[in-house]
Design a protein around this ligand. Structure first.
Ligand code: DLL
Length: 439
């Protein structure tokens, strides 16, 4: 049976699982949850201890609702057990290791058995098909290859779907552009900020990627805004689609946006999604915004129990017009640890981005500089001027942005217009915040 999505018109990769009824999904989840908890408890001392501290045994979890009684796992637990302490299989059974660098301390090491890699490839294929990639597409993969999960994760996903993959990895943007146009790539896989970098350089070199065969961009790995989407859609002549994932859970391929562009379907046959209030740690009902918590249901090497992602979103369970029945995650607005509190106002860099991209006279390259002025935090937005903007207009444009940030986000800030090319360009995940308070 081939079911087609209404908008992107790419067939589902796994229609049987992607369209299960809610009852079927929940029955499968409960059964797999039991297996995962037993596996984690029997084979990982950390989980045994943290269950024990709450007086819980895996068999006490009899319904999905009981999940709330289980302890959380955090990035700190992975760091404390660095490198292999949370593995539920002997190291020798790992077929591959990845790591996420993070900004402080030791990296987080994650491992996969052969079966885990097969699951990942299948979910990668499902994810790519969901965003509109088809078998036979030529996928230019500019996600970083190496310890980062983006490159190899999408590589095997694309191969599994039946695509041709160019394993470019990140960097050397000039060469990327030549390869995209010489080989006739139809799909671009990279971070949205790096796609912007590609678009900018191509325009500078007079290479018109927008009229070429590029059709879909498989984005993810960092927050980005609707305004950024329209900009990239237009400049590269494709449909930019969002995907979500994280190393601790698997890598890319945990959730994907369908052609409806109305949230990302989280693959519930492999993961259990919850939203908690990060202050009280209590689960929140569907529709409420909070921190995403994920429990893996099929992972062998590194089963995760209620992993606190720190990512802020909400879950929606109403049916999607694409026909997929899996829960939808709203676009991730940011991580709880990226949130800035400027004079009491909570803001995420992606909110600032939305305002910036709606203004004239600037380019979508920006940096938020947070400093301390006396007892108060102060925000300075550095943003690049459009090359066509006359020097004499810099102050006026800066004041216009300042006004809109104040009226739309409610925060007072300084805006400094930089000359074109002055801010560093992204080669992978963009750095959007420079926090001088920590210096
Ligand atoms: O970034 C995995 C990935 C690669 C996802 C390629 C999608 C595409 P990590 O390096 O472990 O793994 O970083 C995970 O990145 O907790 C989020 O904060 C952020 N993130 C990932 N996808 C999105 C997204 C990969 N679509 C962390 N929107 C996550 C916003 C995202 N943030």
């Amino acid at each position: 049976m081939t079911v087609t999505t209404r908008v992107a018109s790419a067939p589902m990769f796994d229609p049987v699982h992607e369209t299960m009824s809610r009852d079927e999904i929940q029955t499968l989840q409960l059964q797999r949850l039991g297996q995962t908890l037993g596996h984690a408890y029997d084979n990982v001392a950390h989980h045994r201890q943290s269950f024990g501290a709450r007086g819980i045994k895996p068999q006490d979890i009899r319904s999905l609702d009981d999940l709330r009684h289980l302890p959380f796992t955090s990035k700190l637990d992975l760091r404390d057990s660095y490198p292999f302490g949370l593995l539920a299989v002997p190291r020798e059974r790992l077929a591959r290791i990845h790591a996420s660098s993070g900004t402080t301390g030791k990296p987080t090491v994650v491992g996969y058995t052969k079966a885990d890699l097969e699951t990942w490839a299948a979910l990668g294929a499902r994810t790519m098909a969901t965003v509109g990639v088809r078998p036979g597409d030529l996928v230019h993969n500019a996600y970083g290859y190496g310890l980062f999960t983006g490159g190899l994760g999408f590589h095997y996903g694309a191969e599994h779907l039946g695509c041709t993959v160019t394993p470019m990895s990140g960097g050397n943007t000039e060469k990327q552009i030549a390869v995209i146009s010489d080989l006739g790539a139809t799909v671009l896989a990279c971070t949205p900020s790096y796609a912007l970098n590609i678009a900018e350089l191509a325009e500078k070199e007079g290479i018109d990627l927008a009229s070429g065969p590029l059709r879909v961009a498989v984005f993810g790995a960092e927050p980005w805004s609707e305004a950024m989407r329209s900009d990239i859609d237009r400049r590269l002549g494709l449909r930019a689609q969002d995907t979500y994932g994280l190393s601790e859970i698997m890598g890319p391929g945990v959730a994907a946006e369908c052609g409806e562009r109305n949230g990302l379907h989280g693959w519930e046959d492999h993961f259990l999604f919850e939203i908690i209030d990060p202050a009280t740690l209590e689960p929140l009902p569907p529709g409420e915004i909070g921190e995403l918590v994920i429990t893996t249901l099929t992972k062998q090497a590194l089963p995760m129990v209620r992993y606190r992602t720190r990512d802020i979103t909400r879950l929606r369970t109403e049916p999607c017009r694409c026909g997929r029945t899996h829960v939808r995650l709203d676009r991730i607005t940011g991580r709880s640890d990226d949130m800035l509190i400027i004079r009491g106002v909570n803001i995420y860099p992606s909110q600032v981005e939305s305002v910036l991209l709606d203004r004239d006279g600037i380019q979508p390259h920006y940096l938020l500089v947070v400093s301390r002025q006396g007892a108060l935090d102060h925000l300075t937005i550095e943003v690049e001027a459009d090359p066509m903007l006359p020097d004499g207009d810099y102050l006026r444009v800066g004041a216009d942005i300042r006004h809109h940030i104040k009226s739309l986000i409610g925060v007072t800030c300084d805006v400094v217009l930089k000359t074109p090319g002055e801010l560093p360009r992204s080669l992978g995940k963009a750095v959007r915040v420079k926090d001088l308070r920590k210096a």
